[in-house]
Design a protein around this ligand. Structure first.
Ligand code: PGA
Length: 254
């Protein structure tokens, strides 16, 4: 049965690409994305280079995402940038609660919830990340950990909220160890069930759940066949067009 959700792929460039590469990759991607009618595509360059990407994209079918955003509107928060700032830079999306920020930048469940609230209030669609560590998985705490992260995100949501959830098992990020399609689907199904229980039967079937963690051209199509996987949050393989394009095509069923 065809999925009712439109596939979505977001490239998370992390701390990579200076000006020239940002311009070249953005321009090249924008040209391809205008021909891909069955998938939504966004890129998340380094925050300082969102301006460059905004100018380099030749059409707005290629969406822009921030890799993070402050939960505050303004004030004494050195080094931060707000929803209003990323909107001025052309963003429609913001990644919040990425595991690297949860581990190193004090993104607690509570703070991630506050960031989701700020996004929704300011008209930015959050791509809210959840995922367990290897030790969580080995001690059979995957559902407890992902459940607690998701509850904090969903507390900020209403039935009509526009959010994207990204399931990224920490042990699969940048390691080359991808979750099997069954492992990923099991957690995606759990996320969808919890969304239905907590927010309702309108929200759950229309909200996209992305998988992230060592996604490549060689595993994307198989993951995409799972009933609750609606696309990907891609790190390493989003940095070169030859790696990223086949993932976008696989998500779009090409
Ligand atoms: P990866 O990163 O694709 O390099 O594993 C994914 C992510 O961290 O979003």
């Amino acid at each position: 049965m065809a999925k009712q959700r439109r596939p979505f792929v977001c490239g998370n460039w992390k701390l990579n690409h200076l000006r020239e590469d940002t311009e070249q990759l953005t321009t090249a991607l924008a040209a391809h994305v205008s021909n891909l009618t069955h998938v939504d595509v966004a890129i998340a360059p380094v925050a300082t280079h969102l301006w460059i990407a905004q100018q380099a994209r030749t059409n707005s079918a290629l969406k822009l995402a921030a890799q993070n955003v402050s939960e505050f509107d303004s004030g004494a928060h050195t080094g931060e940038f707000s929803i209003a700032h990323i909107r001025e830079m052309g963003c429609d999306f913001a990644i919040v609660g990425h595991s690297e920020r949860r581990a190193h930048d004090a993104d607690t469940n509570e703070r991630v919830g506050a960031k989701v609230t700020a996004c929704l209030k300011g008209g930015i669609t959050p791509i809210a990340c959840v995922g367990e560590t290897l030790s969580d998985r080995e001690s059979r705490k995957t559902f407890d950990v992902v459940g607690a992260q998701l509850r904090a995100i969903l507390r900020a949501c209403m039935p009509n909220s526009d959010v994207v959830i990204a399931y990224e098992p920490v042990w699969a990020i940048g390691t080359g160890k991808v979750a099997t399609p069954d492992q990923a689907q099991e957690v995606h199904a759990y996320i969808r069930k919890l969304m239905r229980e907590l927010i309702g039967t309108d929200f759950s079937p229309r909200t996209r759940i992305l998988y992230g963690g060592s996604v490549k051209a060689t595993n994307a199509a198989e993951l995409m066949q799972q009933s609750d996987i609606d696309g990907f949050l891609v790190g390493g393989a989003s940095l070169k067009i030859d790696d990223f394009l086949p993932i976008m095509q696989a998500a779009g069923g090409i």
